[in-house]
Design a protein around this ligand. Sequence first.
Ligand SMILES: *Cc1c(COP(=O)(O)O)cnc(C)c1O
Length: 367
Amino acid sequence: MSTLADITSSFRTKPSEKARAAADREVILADPGFGKHFTDHMISIDWTTERGWHDAEVRAYGPLMLDPAASVLHYAQEIFEGLKAYRHADGSIWTFRPQANAERMQRSARRLALPELPTELFVESIRQLVNADAAWVPSAPETSLYLRPFTIANESFLGVRSAQRAAYYVIASPAGPYFAKGVAPVSIWLSTEYARAAKGGTGAAKCGGNYAASLLPQKEAYDNGCAQVLFLDPLEGKYLEELGGMNVFLVKKDGTLVTPELSGSILEGVTRASIIQLSRDRGITVEERKVTAQEWRDGMASGDVVEAFACGTAAVVTPIAALKGPGFVAGDENAPAGKLTMSLRQELTDIQYGRRADPHGWMTRLV
Ligand SMILES: *Cc1c(COP(=O)(O)O)cnc(C)c1O
């Protein structure tokens, strides 16, 4: 097996022969949307039990060749990550807390019986891709290049066991401002029938299977005029867990922030951890504890809960105006975004875009 230093320094680059012309790229970057367009290159690194991680490549973005018996297609042995590259005013390109994503991907890998990619190799893979496709990092305000690392079990074997062959990839997609018309508060649908995770299940791992389980309740949310679904704990169906792909915070009248504690079935967001840190830096009390949906509803009715927001890499911080569920609406769907919500959003994006000092050393320069 090659050493970590060998593989980290051995990326082969095979430039794409189908790279888009600058003019075509600029048309896409002028209005990229989210997750619709992909850059010219991708990363792939193979893994086997015998050889470990090997054959790290920067190659043309394009379809994968998979055996129809590949385990990922049958047993959903897949994990992923999501982070962004940000262009700063001087043209340099940075990413936010990539080590935290690498470590989370290692935890997800352990839970899904997939190989763990070392942190150095994860960060190097991001650096290699962003270097190859630097021209795809947009520069308009609040735009970024969304990076999607993922690992699949690609062994052709229908027996059920942990992977003996896997592959790690990174693809990249330019992202416009999440709120094209300015940050707009959303309504959230409380799912009382479905859970996204189980006790002892994969809720704390970032894996495709969790998302597959969230799509039907997410559709129910849309059908009820809500942007996102909120899940309750799988045991008692009482405590807030998180949205389909974002963590959740409440702001109390006395200025305290409250967020569900990590229960084992909640995904530990890097944005969540960063919001907690920035709030504590300001002297705000942050409670990580069990919160019932009833506490939120009662709090909105009594005025004890004055703001709520969701957070994650894609949308950063999204204000929540109302909580809806079967037969009830709590809050005002037309309420404006909360003050603390918006100032935390501003502080975090200022750090990410290099408009403000980075007191915790969260930013890593890529280009
Ligand atoms: C990725 C994800 C989040 C947010 O995590 P960030 O690291 O902040 O982007 C929250 N919940 C789920 C289920 C997720 O998959």
